[in-house]
Design a protein around this ligand. Structure first.
Ligand SMILES: [Zn+2]
Length: 241
């Protein structure tokens, strides 16, 4: 696997121990072009970066060394971890994103992503459930890498997790209402088990977290409403962690 250095100055100057690396956060660049994205991620003014950038053709750039803290996650939470820059590796996939023309991720880009993920998983013993999207860890602010990211296909390659329910079975429960109190509490409990954080109860935050969950696990309908299908998926994921 060829990795091209394209170093960014945007990282904490102190080193971190490799034992602190627990999570992989996946992003899309969300800008007009690859060039523009690389310039931003390397400009001292922007104060953002990531460890890796993968372009549409699968070319991999290293911007920040693994043992340095890159600035990609921002205010975020996953399981017991907060402000995930400290504990994660950030990977940016070049894609214009929802704002400028969101497109499917190409095969070559994904195949490089898989290679680099496998290396990182092995090197840092990263748990499958700790491979997450930016939207999963910062649902109130972020929607990347978005619903076109092929979570299910990647889970088949042991990258990230997926449920074990059959799509035809699940479909019957789409838009079926849940019992408000009891089943909603159960849904939240299951999401907590998976890693999603609910720092304080706030309706708008809740809806955005449900959307993040749907973007990841039920992309056919992203409406922020917990229906029976969402509940069944959450139960199944939590049970099989
Ligand atoms: Zn992001």
């Amino acid at each position: 696997m060829k990795i091209n250095n394209y170093l960014s100055p945007n990282f904490h100057k102190r080193k971190r121990s490799v034992n602190s690396i627990k999570i992989i956060v996946i992003h899309y660049t969300g800008m007009q072009s690859e060039r523009e994205s690389l310039i931003k991620l390397c400009s001292p003014k922007s104060k953002v970066s990531s460890h890796f950038v993968i372009n549409k053709y699968g070319k991999i750039y290293r911007l920040v060394q693994d043992n340095k803290i890159a600035w990609h996650a921002g205010k975020s939470c996953w399981g017991k971890y907060k402000n995930l820059n400290n504990n994660s590796i950030g990977i940016e996939l070049v894609n214009k994103g929802h704002q400028f023309g969101y497109t499917s991720f190409r095969k070559k880009q994904l195949s490089s992503f898989i290679k680099i993920c496998k290396t990182l998983i092995k090197k840092y013993k990263i748990k499958r459930s700790n491979i997450v999207g930016h939207s999963d860890i910062a649902p109130s602010r972020k929607i990347d890498p978005g619903e076109k990211f092929p979570w299910k296909e990647l889970a088949n390659k042991k990258i990230g997790i997926w449920h074990r329910c059959k799509p035809n079975f699940l479909k019957k429960f789409r838009k079926i209402k849940i019992k408000k109190k009891q089943e909603k509490i159960e849904f939240v409990k299951n999401l907590n088990n998976i890693g999603y954080c609910f720092p304080t109860y706030n309706k708008s935050f809740f809806v955005k977290t449900v959307k993040a969950f749907q973007r990841h696990y039920r992309k056919e309908l992203i409406n922020g409403l917990v229906d029976k299908e969402c509940l069944i998926i959450a139960q199944n994921l939590s049970k099989n962690l």
